[in-house]
Design a protein around this ligand. Structure first.
Ligand SMILES: NC(=O)c1ccc[n+]([C@@H]2O[C@H](COP(=O)([O-])OP(=O)(O)OC[C@H]3O[C@@H](n4cnc5c(N)ncnc54)[C@H](O)[C@@H]3O)[C@@H](O)[C@H]2O)c1
Length: 330
């Protein structure tokens, strides 16, 4: 297939682009290289167009000239905390720019898309593991922007025949198994890189926000899905996508890991003391979030390879310890 990949220079997108290239697809990445994107992360078999989704002229020219079969849409802003303080920035980039992209897809008769959604669309779930039929009540602007696009995709299926899949990721984590791709954003706000920054001496300590949750050890429980497993589920979703249907899947391991467990595993793997100190709960942090990924497994035939947090952290440690300054280390 000929694939147009927004945000393909970012953390998740770059791993997926590699998977798509390995499978023989032709890939054009469209990325502004501003928020977490790095040109070094883009597979050399893919073409990189440096551009912003807000640049209608460049976007239209690129889409019109490509004869694309489908779009994989990763480009977005994703810092939950920032979204609370700068909601319009999120509504502009994640909703308005995506609506422009959809309009241009319609104009150019591109009727297949895979969309990076999130477990944040569920808000505080009624119970865990989370299944796809649970209510979606996001509790922050970031989650609301992603849910709004799910609605736009759903409505577009009947209205103009768009076939799309919303993949609701849990916590994307880990790095390429060969150590050549990984997470590199500034500021960093994801737990595993922050913990490993302490191991590398780049950060003094890691704070555990909340140690009195109703969880086995009192810290929050999350589902860490490896980026290479995200790569395979995107490939399977786009390869099986039909027009005029909207599908949605939870993509997680199904295994909940607490913050404390994660820190213990990171200490073992890095062989470093990682100073951790308890802190107060953060507003809006649900105690437990982990997926029931059965639907994606059954309908797409997907199977995550990384279900042991230690294996996932090993890949992250390989990347961070050999690239202490991210792609700038290369
Ligand atoms: N990382 C996670 O844990 C996680 C969890 C759930 C969902 N997601 C979703 O997955 C997607 C990818 O996340 P990521 O962690 O790879 O983030 P990232 O910031 O590493 O990648 C996003 C990429 O999109 C690009 N981009 C953003 N706005 C753009 C614009 N207007 N024009 C062109 N390029 C633009 C950025 O430069 C970056 O390369 C996002 O849509 C995010 O909401 C991520």
């Amino acid at each position: 297939m000929k694939l147009f990949v927004t945000g393909g220079a970012g953390y998740v997108g770059s791993h997926c682009v590699r998977e798509l290239c390995n499978a023989g697809h032709t890939v054009v990445v469209y990325d502004n290289l501003i928020n977490g994107g790095h040109k070094e992360a883009v597979d050399t078999r893919a073409e990189l167009v440096v551009g912003d989704l807000a640049d209608d002229t460049l976007l239209e020219r690129t889409l019109a000239s490509g004869a694309f079969d489908a779009v994989l849409h990763y480009a977005a802003l994703l810092d939950v905390n920032e979204s609370v303080h700068e909601p319009l920035k999120y509504y502009q980039n994640n909703i308005a720019n995506t609506v422009s992209l959809l309009a241009l897809m319609r104009k150019n008769d591109i009727k297949k898309m895979v969309f990076s959604s999130t477990c944040a669309t569920y808000g505080v779930p009624l119970s865990v593991p989370i299944t796809e039929d649970m209510p979606q009540h996001p509790i922050n602007p970031y989650g609301r922007t992603k849910l709004a696009i799910e609605w736009a995709l759903r409505d577009s299926a009947d209205a103009w025949g768009l076939g799309s899949t919303a993949l609701r990721y849990f916590n994307a984590s880990g790095a390429a198994s060969d150590g050549t791709l990984g997470e590199d954003r500034d500021p960093e706000y994801h737990l595993i890189p922050l913990v490993l920054q302490v191991a590398l001496g780049q950060r003094e300590q890691i704070k555990i926000f909340g140690v009195d949750y109703p969880t086995p050890d009192g810290s929050c429980v999350r589902d860490y899905i490896h980026v290479e497993d995200l790569g395979s589920v995107h490939r399977m979703a786009i390869e099986s996508q039909e027009e005029a249907v909207f599908r949605y899947y939870n993509v997680g391991t199904g295994v909940g890991v607490s913050v404390k467990e994660l820190i213990v595993a990171a200490r073992e793997i890095s062989g470093k003391d990682i100073l951790a100190s308890p802190d107060v709960r953060r507003e809006g942090d649900p105690p437990e979030l982990y997926a029931d990924p059965t639907k994606a497994m059954t309908e797409l035939g997907w199977q995550p390879k990384y279900t042991d947090i230690r294996k996932t952290i090993e890949t992250a440690w390989h990347w961070h310890s050999t690239h202490p300054n991210g792609y700038a280390s290369v």
